[in-house]
Design a binder for this molecule. Structure first.
Ligand code: PMP
Length: 281
């Protein structure tokens, strides 16, 4: 895997060391990141991912030392260092050097990690309902894409793997469906799309918002509403959205085999058409 990191004014190959034992990020996880993609000559919604990185830093009590526009410019510079058409993962990261339990915002640092990461084949995946839940906004910094939220996603994914599933549906604290471990969730029943209404317990993903808009523009009814585990069990189709794999159908939910359905397929096609209409990078 080729990997480049912009850090302190220079591009580095490999995995440069940045954390010491006294760094607040090492000790207490004062880290935020974002994840965008470049593939097939485009980088859809790169600007939104860069903006979210800056907002995530603020929500974690850090202060971004760089503007969203500057992050985007660096990302475009980095993309060009890879062979054309390589599928890339673009990961801005910020962390706090100092602080006592909470960050000293003036010590926020930035780096941009870009590495090649092929887009997964859209062959679908299996999922069950996790015993791990998403925390409420008063229990964890759910308004930031904070690294400290991901050990819980990791616990859910490990539990899913041990039970023979690829992914996990995580419920919110009151037992409604929130999202997959690291992606948003959609379902369709009788031609109507449902996706959990943002309630602060899950990331209101950039791909999610884009797919909702594209489906609505295409005349599909999309309801942002409470979704229960029973709704999922009765769904005609279930699919995920997220920067990493974009739009992916569920092909087994618990013990039920499912085929990729027409609305999941349409969501993927609409997203691809949108992505390909973007400015070439
Ligand atoms: N939820 C979580 C927890 C995620 O990590 C991601 C991936 N960023 C998503 C949802 C999807 O968000 P996006 O479409 O912005 O990538």
């Amino acid at each position: 895997m080729k990997s480049l990191t912009y850090l302190d004014g220079e591009w580095h190959e490999g995995n440069p060391s940045v954390l010491g034992p006294a760094t607040l990020a090492t000790w207490l996880g004062a880290v935020i990141f974002d994840g965008a993609r470049a593939f097939e000559g485009v980088a859809p919604d790169l600007d939104l991912h860069c903006q979210r990185a800056v907002v995530s830093a603020e929500k974690m009590g850090m202060k971004s030392p760089i503007s969203a526009a500057e992050i985007e410019k660096l990302a475009l510079e980095g993309i060009k260092k890879f062979p054309a058409d390589t599928a890339l993962y673009i990961k801005p990261l910020m962390w706090a050097e100092d602080g006592w339990i909470y960050p000293d915002p003036e010590t926020t640092r930035f780096m941009l990690h870009i590495f090649d990461a092929p887009l997964p084949e859209p062959k679908g995946f299996s999922a069950h309902i996790s015993s791990r839940r998403r925390p409420a906004p008063d229990q964890a910094p759910t308004d930031a894409k904070a690294a400290c939220l991901y050990p819980n996603a990791g616990r859910a994914l490990r539990e899913a793997a041990e039970a023979g599933f690829d992914n996990a549906v995580m419920l919110d604290p009151v037992g409604n469906v929130a999202e997959f471990a690291t992606a948003n969730i959609f379902m369709a029943k009788d031609g109507v799309v449902k996706t959990p209404v943002p309630n602060g317990t899950f990331l209101n993903g950039i791909t999610r918002q884009r797919v909702i808009k594209l489906l609505r523009e295409d005349g599909v009814t999309v309801e942002e509403t409470s979704v229960t585990p029973a709704d999922l069990r009765a769904a005609d189709e279930i699919w995920s959205t997220g920067n990493h794999a974009k739009v992916m159908p569920v092909t087994r939910f618990e013990d039920r085999e499912m085929q990729p359905g027409p609305i999941a397929t349409k969501s993927r096609e609409l997203y691809w058409a949108y992505a390909k209409s973007g400015v070439p990078v």
